[in-house]
Design a protein around this ligand. Structure first.
Ligand code: OGA
Ligand code: NI
Length: 297
């Protein structure tokens, strides 16, 4: 069994759309290849992110997440600080890359100097790819192409870059890089360095994703699961550690703004057979409840 791989260079758009819809219904995770984002740009994205994480700790702390911040943006080391706890063998950087009104460059690395240009270029490509896939997923629900994007807030939809930096871990039994979870946003686009580790849970087993150098892993998150009234699956996934090598991944989370209310799209709730399976939530309340492991239904 393998995570579906979908080539986006097929001239038959119908066929690609159907493959994306099917993978989202059955797996909630798939890999896209030939997606039109230049391989060279992805290579540079990984290069500038890796260079940042290889800087001395004090240089990374310049863009640290402020202690009193209620938001996620900034650099955070769990590796150094929670070494005793042994449950968080990872450092992170979060910063929004879209829309421009939500970008705070103070959380973007200044070093290496090309960091900003590369990330801006990647943002515009990821947005295009994401909007295309959202159109197909909307049509897969029998709705207008714009339905999911509009339901998520239209031009206010946010793109959040995260870099996960997992140092080599001598004892994999003690530590999982990212414990099993579903992503809280609508949809995630992930690339990683050459060290594998991302696994998806399907039919009671863990399946390794084979991320090719320029392939992009797409993961459906909670927002689309709920907005589609359960038609699309939010994939359970986790990241394992490598004994000898540092693993780095770059997920971009596509999500609504924090004040946006989301739930099953009203167009889907027609007739007795289509009762809503989920309650609507304001996104920040949903995130908070999920983080605190409070009931969500
Ligand atoms: C995440 C995540 C997996 C990985 O950050 O949400 O699932 O491969 N990361 O690093
Ligand atoms: Ni995840």
């Amino acid at each position: 069994m393998e995570v579906p791989i979908i080539s986006l260079s097929n001239p038959d758009e119908e066929l690609m759309a159907r493959a994306v819809v099917k993978a989202s219904e059955e797996w909630g995770v798939f890999q896209v290849v030939n997606h039109g984002i230049p391989a060279e740009l992805i290579r540079r994205l990984k290069e500038v992110g890796t260079e940042f994480f290889e800087l001395p700790e004090r240089e990374k702390e310049v863009i640290a997440k402020p202690e009193d911040s209620m938001d996620v943006e900034g650099y955070r080391t769990k590796f150094k600080k929670d070494l005793e706890g042994r449950d968080a063998w990872v450092d992170h950087l979060f910063h929004r890359i879209w829309p421009p009104s939500r970008v705070s460059y103070r959380f973007w690395p200044k070093n290496p100097p090309e960091y900003r240009e590369v990330n801006e270029e990647y943002a515009s490509h990821i947005k295009k790819l994401s909007e295309k896939i959202m159109e197909w997923l909307s049509e897969g629900l029998g709705l207008r192409r714009e339905a999911l994007k509009e339901g998520l807030g239209g031009e206010a939809v946010e793109y959040l870059m995260k870099i996960n930096y997992y140092p080599p871990c001598p004892d994999q039994d003690l530590v999982v890089g990212a414990p099993v979870h579903t992503d809280v946003g609508a949809i995630t686009f992930l690339v990683a360095n050459e060290v594998s580790g991302l696994q998806a849970f399907k039919d009671n087993q863990w399946i390794d994703t084979k991320c090719t150098t320029s392939g992009i892993i797409v993961i459906i998150g909670d927002q689309f699961r709920r907005m589609s009234n359960g038609k699309y699956k939010s994939a359970e996934h986790r990241a394992t550690m490598d004994k000898e090598k540092t693993r780095i991944s770059w997920p971009v989370f596509v999500e609504s703004s924090l004040d946006h209310e989301f739930g099953p799209l009203p167009e889907l709730i027609t007739g007795d057979d289509n009762a809503p399976k989920f309650k609507p939530f304001v996104y920040k309340d949903y995130k908070f409840r999920k983080l605190k492991k409070l009931a969500l239904d």
